[in-house]
Design a protein around this ligand. Structure first.
Ligand code: FMN
Ligand code: SF4
Length: 415
């Protein structure tokens, strides 16, 4: 693979993402916020993202906005309908004032939802029992598939109306679109099941519908699973094919490569310390006993190393021709960014490093040798039951996490 000379790579130089000009190549990855209790934008949510914008990122991503009420994976998520527009417009204006762009992650939970939360049985490609929550999911019908595809289009229109710069289609972490790719969860016999080409049909149709709706008014990206991290799930050979198909369709401006899920061994996505005891403290009984006894084994134990998704993600570079690629996972310094960009990635996305230090980009511009302070203890995972924050940053001491806010949650992490 031809590497670009690292001395010529500047992560902080302006660039374009589809029709959008970004001041640099650093994207704040979606980290569920818990700051919209009524499903509407709050000042707290705007302030949370203003810190990343002020802190220098090129684009911030509003986590998990549902395309419909039954697409929710946790209480209080923003549903992308007309009611949300005035708040989203204020939100976009505030982020633009700081010089950053703003994207909305659009999702449908599918197997990650639960009946208590959405008031009906969750939908999956085929009948499925979520091994994390033991929730039963029924098979989605073809007319419902078409409805969800339309809902993605309608949600993207809301983002355009509100002045957003981009939408990120959540095709990862075994949410509904991602679960169609998984041979374990998708055992359909129709045109949406079987070969990887058939299993990719749903995500391709979503991307196509969204592109038809938004045209070139905003950028369209997707967060795509490279590997599900569970036996029987997708692995690289198949996700490479899905990415190629999406690339050939030319409906996406960029693909952010991710892996793992909250359905099975969630630490595959995060790596590093397993915060099982912290989860046990906030979960109601009897889950808390279960997590205390079996949490570490159930969550998985995968050592953290910097750039931990790079080995898998670099396989996509030679097969993708028309779509930009975003590298994610354990990026914590300017050197990490330069390594990824010199290999051929167009952007880098950071989650925890920015939760820990929202102004990390500005710091790295001032001191290229600095290193982010996130220590990957993963205690922020537990804070998703309240308002997501880094527990090591006293200035982010938002409302305490408590068991009450857990009820109705479908999973131990809402990613
Ligand atoms: C507290 C927390 C919440 C997250 N919520 C989401 C989410 O809502 N949607 C999503 O796609 N990923 C979510 N993620 C995953 C991140 O976007 C990212 O993929 C992961 O943390 C790896 O990147 P990092 O090493 O830069 O943190 C979350 C991560 C954390 C730590
Ligand atoms: S709690 Fe803070 S230091 Fe720990 S993993 Fe999360 S962001 Fe990093």
């Amino acid at each position: 693979m031809a590497l670009t000379d690292q001395s010529t790579v500047d992560p902080f130089a302006p660039t374009t993402l589809g029709p959008v000009r970004l001041r640099n190549r650093v994207v704040k990855a979606a980290t569920s916020e818990g700051r919209s209790p009524d499903g509407l934008v709050t000042e707290d949510l705007i302030d949370f993202h203003r810190r990343f914008a002020k802190g220098g990122v090129g684009m911030t991503t509003v986590a998990y906005c549902c395309v419909s009420p039954d697409g929710a994976s946790a209480p209080g998520q923003i549903v992308m309908d007309d009611r949300a527009v005035p708040g989203l417009r204020r939100f976009a204006d505030a982020i633009h004032q700081e010089g950053a762009a703003i994207s909305a992650q659009l999702g449908h939970a599918g197997v990650v939802a639960n009946k208590r939360l959405i008031g009906k049985t969750p939908m999956a490609p085929s009948r499925f029992i979520n091994p994390a929550s033991f929730d039963y999911c029924r098979e989605i019908r073809q007319d419902e598939i078409r409805r969800v595809i339309d809902q993605f289009g309608e949600a993207a229109q809301v983002a355009v109306t509100a002045g957003f710069d981009a939408v990120e289609l959540h095709f990862g972490h075994l949410y509904l679109p991602s679960s169609f790719l998984s041979p374990l969860i998708n055992r359909r016999k129709d045109a949406y099941g079987g070969t990887i080409e058939n299993r990719s049909r749903f995500v391709r149709e979503i991307a196509q519908r969204v592109r038809e709706v938004v045209g070139d008014r905003i950028a369209v990206t997707a967060k795509l699973n490279m590997v599900d991290g569970m036996r029987g799930g997708i692995w690289l050979a198949e996700s490479l094919r899905t990415a190629q198909l999406l690339d050939t369709d030319r409906n996406l401006d960029a693909i952010e490569l991710t892996e793992g899920s909250s359905v099975y061994k969630p630490m595959y996505l995060f790596r590093g310390d397993v915060p099982a005891d912290d989860f046990a403290k906030v979960l109601p009984q009897p889950q808390s006993i279960g997590v205390r006894m079996f949490g570490k084994a159930a969550m998985g134990n995968f050592p953290y190393h910097d750039l931990y998704m790079l080995d898998d993600a670099r396989q996509f570079i030679p097969v993708i021709n028309n779509t930009k690629l975003i590298l994610l996972g354990g990026i914590n310094s300017r050197d990490h960014m330069v390594t990824g960009l010199s290999e051929g990635f167009d952007f880098v996305a950071l989650g925890r490093a920015l939760l820990r230090q929202p102004d990390l980009v500005n710091r790295l511009m001032d001191d290229p040798t600095a290193r982010g302070l996130c220590n990957h203890n993963n205690k922020c995972m537990v804070t998703v039951f309240g308002s997501t924050h880094c527990v090591l940053d006293p200035s982010q001491a938002y409302d305490a996490v408590d068991g009450a806010s857990y009820r109705g949650r479908s999973e131990i992490s809402s990613s």
